[in-house]
Unconditional design. Structure first.
Ligand SMILES: NC(=O)c1ccc[n+]([C@@H]2O[C@H](COP(=O)([O-])OP(=O)(O)OC[C@H]3O[C@@H](n4cnc5c(N)ncnc54)[C@H](OP(=O)(O)O)[C@@H]3O)[C@@H](O)[C@H]2O)c1
Length: 350
């Protein structure tokens, strides 16, 4: 089966990962690529500053870029638009009937917009049907929040999570392309990424919250404080997490909870599902961005560096790593669209 889709923001870093992954996807097939008006009419392979391994997918290189159309030609769109373009375009497209799976922050906290990490809260997806629109917007969380949500999800049902303190070490590619290149950062770091810590504190309770049909979402009660730094790594966000559990746990029990986690029943074995979902690294030397960010084709996360912070087993420190462009953006959004398809939510598809 091939469901035609549009990629909005196809020339950006996240858009390139959409193109890379959708060029050979079993469900979705790219019909239209959209970027800024200056690139309209130019073949994708000429307009894009390709930053992915290898070359532009052959099937897409000759496809001419479109400027944002009045109305989308397909019922499904993946968006990696800049924040400004997202604010101008996504809601009108959804109002006109499209399902827009977006990576931009614009609509993440809108009450009826599901904010989805499929294995954690794919059951929130039908919330999109409550939107007062002919179509819907479904949002991907901030790239840093995705990894933390996946690392905490296995611990909550067994031990309860009361609070987290997190320091993130975020890759340069998280800042997008700047004049066609990665952000410059060498032998230095940026100690605070503006707005990032606040996004994490808002988004995590929404993702981990409870939702059922006809009800308002109940955010999870969680004390979260974050410091978000930019570091000279190309791809892969590393988080140093101090977690306080409600019930005591041993290191073996925590490792076991992560290793066995494969997510919500409805979201297992989707076309892009990684196996395993969480790689558990024993000891303190891993995970690290370069050797470990591509695990599970970039969709798995890694957890390691576990050490106790008290003698009762309630406070622990660990490190988690995820690929910001794949699990934290395009790959995650495609997985979410696969989950929406599995749940029969996508318009005009069997
Ligand atoms: N980078 C990450 O790790 C990451 C992770 C999660 C979420 N996000 C979010 O995902 C979105 C894309 O991020 P990115 O890193 O890929 O950014 P990027 O490299 O700056 O790409 C932005 C894209 O938006 C397009 N665009 C800008 N203005 C437009 C307009 N008026 N009409 C149509 N298209 C327009 C650009 O096209 P032109 O090339 O023609 O200008 C480009 O394709 C952002 O909202 C970002 O916050 C990024």
């Amino acid at each position: 089966m091939s469901i035609p889709v549009t990629v909005l923001g196809a020339t950006g870093l996240v858009g390139q990962v959409f193109c890379e992954r959708l060029a050979s996807h079993p469900l979705f097939q790219i019909e239209t690529l959209v970027a800024g008006p200056e690139s309209a009419g130019i073949p994708y392979g000429e307009a894009v500053r390709w930053k992915r391994p290898g070359t532009v997918p052959r099937s897409l290189a000759g496809l001419r870029l479109a400027a944002p159309p009045e109305r989308l030609p397909t019922a499904i769109a993946f968006s990696s638009l800049s924040p400004e373009a997202s604010a101008a375009l996504e809601a009108p497209y959804a109002d006109a009937g499209a399902w827009v799976f977006t990576n931009a922050a614009t609509h993440r906290m809108d009450p009826d917009v599901p904010l989805v990490v499929p294995e954690v809260n794919g059951d929130h997806l039908p919330q999109a049907l409550a939107q007062d629109r002919a179509g819907a917007i479904v949002a991907n969380p901030n790239c840093t929040t995705v990894g933390l949500a996946l690392a905490l999800a296995p611990l909550r049902p067994r031990f309860g999570v009361q609070g987290v303190r997190v320091v993130s070490l975020q890759a340069r590619s998280g800042a997008g392309l700047i004049h066609g290149e990665f952000m410059e950062l060498e032998d230095d770091l940026h100690p605070e990424i503006p707005g990032e810590a606040a996004k994490m504190a808002q988004e995590l309770p929404k993702i981990l919250g409870a939702w059922s049909s006809g009800q308002r979402l109940q955010p999870a009660e969680l004390d979260i404080r974050a410091t978000c730094m930019r570091v000279p790594v190309t791809h892969g966000h590393t988080l140093c997490v101090d977690v306080t559990l409600s019930a005591p746990a041993t290191a073996a029990e925590l490792h076991d909870a992560w290793a066995k986690f494969d997510g919500l029943a409805g979201e297992r074995a989707l076309p892009s599902t990684p196996r395993p979902l969480i790689h558990v690294d024993q000891g303190l030397a891993a995970p690290r961005p370069r050797p470990h960010r591509d695990r599970g084709d970039g969709l798995a996360i890694s957890v390691g560096g576990l050490s106790p912070l008290d003698t009762e087993g309630r406070q622990w420190r660990f490190v988690t790593l995820s690929h910001n462009l794949v699990r934290g953006a395009a790959g995650g959004a495609i997985l979410t669209a696969e989950a929406a398809h599995r749940r029969g939510l996508l318009p005009g598809t069997p």
